[in-house]
Ligand binder design. Sequence first.
Ligand code: CA
Length: 241
Amino acid sequence: MSGKVRILVVEDEDALRLALIDALTGEGFEVLEAADGERGLAVALSEGPDVVLLDLMLPGRDGFSVLRAIRQDRLRSAVIVLSARGEEWDRVQGFEVGADDYVVKPFSTRELVGRIRAVLRRMDGGAPGMEHASRVRVGEALVDLAAYSVTKPGQHGDRSQGLSRLELDLLRFFLNHEGETLERGRLLDEVWGHGADPTPRTVDMHVSKLRHKLERDPERPRHILTVHGVGYRFSRPGEGP
Ligand code: CA
């Protein structure tokens, strides 16, 4: 990644927004800001920042709606949701549109910067042995790695869905380690990054989302297999690595 990394802070709470701008500028990032969702989306679309820090409860257009619009526009920005605990968090967990990461308020600057750096490392994505083909078939599903989308046959014809950057990174890792048993801890280290601090539950949550997008029957997966007590193994029967 060349030049300064640009981060857009979308947060209506003035004190928190200013503190974030201060801290991130101090870390050497170039920081853009918006105090409401409408403005946040406009800046995201016009500036294409590397990372968007997105509060959910915003005046006017809320963070969920902003995130959905960002993903529909296929903007490549990574999105880290800044979420409060409680009900809002439950909505985040069930949220399908795809943030790249979440931090729960209150969070420390150190934690946030760790998450940002982990997301940036994944965006660089230049790990050796990385699969470079843009389209990959997983069973009936056709994944377009460049377009962040997956298409699979449904009852009413083909259905395309977006993949979050994290889902895509996880899938790439599976593709590059086909047939290997992958422990949750290793997936956390290699996909989420050492600087981040998610839990093994985070891995399960993202695996579940990937299964719903890729597998014919997500309850009886044929590709992303559970290895009980250990983690997961990715397999494409009959398609080879
Ligand atoms: Ca707020």
